[in-house]
Design a protein around this ligand. Structure first.
Ligand code: NAD
Ligand code: ZN
Length: 240
């Protein structure tokens, strides 16, 4: 903690790169922990299959059943990690917050410099007329949601397996990673591509790389500091 505090005190451009582990304390299960969604199958299908673009187009009814049951957590609130990242941004120390999460909790905590690589459950777009709908609207519908204006299917703005990332979001995220003087990687297994490979834009040298994760990650060997612990607890203890 002392080393992390020194790194944060010294840094002028911190970038945070997070994953599902940042939100487990808020009650949202991750994918690859022992109790995560990937620990079982759903009617014989893996979550990776259920959340693929091809499954969405072939079986929208079953996609939405899974999506509504496991991916939506409207009651979840930001935890100590989200709150500390907002403080860091407000203090002008955080120059970018890159997340693989789709839960919108960083924006809910107040952060604005957020790069949501995989989109957000809070935005839903009609595939025919492009009208957008919020999460409350989606929650009030059942089965496959249809646009009241034109009847088209309304698709969540989340990146499904097999889909590309928004190039504007990716470019911004990579730019911030390449410019930062300290990069904190937390709560991610770094197995989902292309997001994980964005860390190659981190330049090293005198710049600090910190990993905070319960389990080993592929970034550990490059890191200045590895903290094997709970993201919310560790971030919560930082002084801004
Ligand atoms: P992952 O499930 O592959 O890995 C999570 C990692 O975080 C694991 O290594 C685990 O040990 C660690 N972890 C879990 N809780 C932790 C905690 N409290 N403190 C420290 N470490 C903790 O998640 P990923 O790498 O983000 O990849 C999963 C993909 O699934 C992402 O693309 C993401 O979009 C999506 N997803 C998002 C959410 C969400 O929005 N909250 C939830 C589940 C999955
Ligand atoms: Zn429409």
């Amino acid at each position: 903690m002392k080393t992390l505090q020194e790194i944060v005190d010294r840094a002028k451009r911190i970038v945070f790169f997070g994953g599902a582990g940042v939100s487990t304390t808020s009650g949202i299960p991750d994918f690859r922990s022992a109790d995560g969604l990937f620990s079982r199958t759903y009617a014989g299908l893996t979550p990776e299959m259920m959340l693929s673009a091809s499954f969405f187009y072939l079986h929208p009814d079953r996609f939405f059943e899974f999506y509504r049951a496991y991916m939506l957590h409207p009651e979840a609130q930001p935890n100590a990690a989200h709150r500390k990242l907002f403080e860091l941004e407000r203090a002008g120390k955080l120059s970018g917050l890159v997340t693989q999460n789709i839960d919108g909790l960083h924006r809910k905590a107040g952060n604005r410099l957020v790069y949501e690589l995989h989109g957000s459950v809070h935005e839903n777009v009609c595939m025919d007329c492009a009208k957008t709908y919020d999460l409350a609207w989606l929650l009030a519908t059942q089965g496959v949601p249809h646009c009241p204006r034109c009847g088209g299917i309304v698709k969540p703005s989340v990146v499904l397996y097999g889909e590309g990332l928004d190039p504007y979001v990716s470019t911004g995220a990579c730019r911030e990673i390449s410019r930062c003087d300290a990069l904190i990687v937390a709560g991610t297994s770094l197995t989902v591509e292309p997001a994980a490979s964005f860390l190659t834009y981190f330049r090293g040298g005198s710049r600090e790389l910190v990993v905070i994760n319960r389990e080993e990650t592929p970034a550990d060997s490059r890191a200045t500091l590895v903290i094997r612990g709970d993201v919310a607890q560790v971030m919560g203890e930082l002084r801004v």
